[in-house]
Unconditional design. Sequence first.
Length: 184
Amino acid sequence: MALSEREYEKQEKINGVIVNMSPAPNFRHAIINCNLLRMISNGLKNSLCLVFAENLDFNYHPEINDDYFCPDIMVICDRKHLKGNSYSGVPKFIAETLSPSTAKRDKTEKKDAYEKAGVEEYWIVSPNGSLEIYYLDDGKYRLEQSYLLQTDSEDECCNTEEEICLRAFPHIRMTLGEIFEHVL
């Protein structure tokens, strides 16, 4: 029996409205998410924290309603807020990898919701080689770093070896080249 097209749809609920996240992102999106998942997961070994990739909904204000996002990458440390396929606590870290159908929402609605929810660190990653890192300070996101991958080793601006770490997990380190490995 073949699955219906509806069963393949990924959705989020924003202000009480179901929003389809389609069409599916391209392979570069998936590669970046797998790269981040692998590096973060390795760094969280022997930890109470867990990393999820596109498979756990984040109910970002459970006290008000049941709106949710499905972050590309999310690190959670308070397991008591895990129920079924959702998390209602405050993640330590979220990364969204841009795709044409979700880029505007990732940079506006999601960024604002993550900020209000108290997510300490938010990354916006573009398959085109850019990375923006936001830190929560005094309840507001501040753009901490902005990178554009430069891979030409002959160029003095080459930054593939630029090292980045997660704010809450400074032992989790990765280079720009590792984040975008097999993408560009």
